[in-house]
Design a protein around this ligand. Structure first.
Ligand SMILES: NC(=O)c1ccc[n+]([C@@H]2O[C@H](COP(=O)([O-])OP(=O)(O)OC[C@H]3O[C@@H](n4cnc5c(N)ncnc54)[C@H](O)[C@@H]3O)[C@@H](O)[C@H]2O)c1
Length: 328
């Protein structure tokens, strides 16, 4: 299909298609439903329909707590094994197929058969390069990466990055669309492996592994050093703003003068570990000690419960702070 209708206003999308309905696709579907959209879900595995139903039911109470759009309906979705049936008539597509170049390319060929050329197709890909995926497409400009953090229905961040042929309008539109469904999109100005947030995680974890590998601290203490320390602040503001505030009234310039030289010294001393069999053993053994016979299932429940409480508290307190500013 090539008809070129105009793009809907980003906040006026009524029907989205979620293609590939595993962990990430099912979570996107739940989020879009909570924002009042109708969602057409597709997955070649017929068993995915039940899994999506279960994922939506599990996510809904949290989405209710965070605020449903008027008319949001957890039943307003359909399931299709053929992606073309899901994409027909959709005004936005979020693609969450397995992380394989050939699979995603074949899927885009099928989608092109039924999608109007102006409909934006965002890929959740964690590591594939959009410039490659969009090459040779009929309307390459509408393909773009919209990389969420798991689970997309709860974690606000989504990274938007275009490939060589993605148009500026597509990036603009997708950013506005994600904002309209309550996400906090950021834009990357070029394609890099791992996008941005995973690179930041990788940088920190590199030093965490180095600390364990060199016997500086136990696995458990390394985790405490983040979770009970800077991690608490990072959930509120990023590392740049935190250091700006660390500069007191002098802000970032004072911080750079005061702490910058020491920081450069630490950078020069940071480790570059490899995941050798010995290091893997140290991490595995250290984790067994940190677990203290608690199960992963128990800890995952605790993580999800606390994550929900944190997101809800931050949302409510930010609203209260904003309301205070409005009245002052
Ligand atoms: N899991 C994460 O933490 C995470 C985070 C961000 C982004 N992502 C990205 O999201 C995408 C999906 O990852 P996931 O973790 O949900 O994987 P998953 O394995 O849970 O789900 C993939 C789904 O795609 C289906 N599928 C198989 N072949 C397909 C095809 N030809 N067309 C459409 N669907 C097909 C599978 O049946 C499965 O249900 C990947 O690109 C991944 O990089 C994953």
């Amino acid at each position: 299909m090539t008809t070129n209708r105009t793009r809907p206003e980003p906040g006026a999308v009524e029907r989205a298609a979620v293609i590939g309905a595993g962990t990430i696709g099912a979570s996107w579907a739940a989020l879009f439903l909570s924002k009042g959209l109708t969602v057409a879900v597709s997955d070649p595995d017929p068993a995915a329909e039940e899994a999506v139903r279960a994922a939506i039911a599990k996510a809904w109470p949290a989405l209710e707590r965070l605020g449903l759009a008027p008319g949001a309906d957890p039943e307003a979705w359909s399931f299709h094994t053929d992606p073309r049936d899901a994409a027909r008539g959709a005004r936005f597509v979020q693609e969450n197929a397995p992380e394989r170049d050939d699979v995603k390319r074949a899927l885009y060929t099928a989608l092109e058969e039924v999608l109007d050329d102006e409909v934006v197709v965002a890929s959740s890909t964690s590591g594939l390069i959009m410039s490659e995926l969009q090459r040779g497409r009929r309307a390459p400009g509408r393909f773009v990466v919209g990389h969420p953090f798991n689970p997309p229905h709860l974690i606000p961040l989504v990274e938007v990055v275009g490939g060589r042929d993605t148009t500026a309008e597509t990036i603009e539109w997708l950013t506005a669309f994600y904002r309209a469904v309550g996400k906090r999109p950021i834009r990357l100005n070029r394609e890099v492996p791992g996008h941005l947030a995973n690179r930041l995680q990788a940088a920190l974890w590199r030093e965490a592994v180095h600390a364990v590998a060199t016997g500086l601290a136990s696995v458990e203490d390394v985790d405490t050093a983040i979770a009970e320390g800077p991690g608490l602040r990072w959930a509120i503001m990023g590392p740049n703003m935190i250091f700006n505030l660390a500069g007191g009234a002098g802000g970032m310039p004072h911080f750079l003068d005061h702490i910058g030289p020491a920081m450069e010294g630490w950078w020069r001393d940071l480790g570059a570990p490899a995941l050798t069999p010995e290091v893997r053993d140290q991490l595995t053994q250290g984790m067994e000690e940190a677990l203290r016979s608690r199960s992963n299932a128990e800890l995952a429940r605790e993580r999800d419960q606390l994550l929900m409480a944190l997101i809800e508290t931050l949302q409510q307190e930010r609203e209260r702070i904003r309301a205070g500013h409005d009245h002052s």
